[in-house]
Design a protein around this ligand. Structure first.
Ligand SMILES: [Mn+2]
Length: 294
């Protein structure tokens, strides 16, 4: 039995909730873009019995690969263009502040972690716990990559399952990592203006941020909100790595960014979406083209 979940707070909490009802050590972290690779990797060792996928929207190819498992439970809250699934699929895909909330409903689990996932996933963080786990995961993503990051997140899932969020917050090593990361992030946030291009196209105010180093999107959105030019209808936060550009699309004004993400082969929510493309395209030109001008 395998769990594949999203590499973010909502994904981590979804796995923690599922573990209250199902037992497995096989937890994998993935994204819409990486899901087909993650599934290929799992196929080397799986018994092809049960597969659980949380907080990652299904693509046609990922669905085809998952069909090899006896039973697939797919729980997600992103917009999807797929509307039919194979018979061995148990699919819960609907609007929800977090996927974790849907996972809790599915497994009939009652936990305060759902509220925390809601806060982080809708970028409306109010509680100290939500800010803390969000920043801890951002710190792990900054410090570790690939399989090491996967191990660290898996470890986090088991720590949260055993000790809860308060136990984790009391852990000195973990606290130090969060503290150091927050200091570093504070220094980086001051530099965001250097990487920013502002444009107005057909009455829409657009912020294009090309970051030399990955910063959490919530920090970019918050920092841009403080500028005189704010609010921005469209925020594009782009980071280049290993021949790919990862883009996150957000808005201060409720502008629907999903169509633009889809244009790049990505997806997500109407007001929070992402896409990964090969390096080398003229992002500014693509955005102008999206708005119907050259
Ligand atoms: Mn989510």
């Amino acid at each position: 039995m395998e769990i594949v979940t999203h590499t973010d707070t909502d994904g981590v909490i979804s796995a923690v909730i599922a573990l209250q009802k199902i037992k497995t050590k096989n937890i994998y972290f993935s994204s819409p873009f990486l899901l087909r690779y993650t599934l290929s990797e799992i196929m080397k060792t799986t018994d092809f019995k049960e597969l659980y996928i949380f907080d990652i929207s299904p693509s046609g190819i990922a669905v085809k690969l998952a069909t090899l498992f006896d039973k697939v439970v797919w729980i997600d809250h992103h917009e999807t263009e797929l509307d039919s699934y194979p018979n061995n699929f148990d699919v819960v895909i609907k609007k929800s502040p977090s996927a974790a909330r849907l996972v809790a409903e599915y497994f009939d689990v009652d936990t305060p972690l759902v509220e925390i996932a809601d806060e982080v996933d809708t970028n409306q963080v109010k509680s100290e716990q939500a800010a803390w786990i969000r920043d801890y995961i951002a710190a792990l993503k900054f410090n570790f990559k690939g399989q090491v990051l996967g191990k660290a997140l898996k470890n986090l899932v088991f720590m949260l399952s055993k000790e809860g969020i308060d136990g984790l917050m009391a852990n000195e090593t973990v606290s130090l990592l969060v503290k150091n990361y927050r200091e570093w992030l504070g220094s980086q946030k001051k530099k965001i203006k250097e990487y920013l291009t502002v444009e107005e196209i057909k009455g829409k105010k657009i912020a294009l941020v090309r970051l030399p180093v990955g910063l959490p999107t919530y920090a970019v959105v918050e920092e841009l909100a403080k500028l005189d030019d704010a609010p921005f209808d469209l925020i594009v936060s782009a980071t280049e790595k290993n021949g790919f550009v990862h883009m996150e699309f957000r808005t201060h004004t409720g502008f629907k960014v999903l169509d633009l993400a889809r244009r790049f082969g990505g997806g997500g929510h109407e007001v929070a979406a992402g896409a990964t493309i090969r390096s080398g395209i003229d992002l500014a030109a693509e955005i102008r083209d999206f708005f119907g001008c050259e």
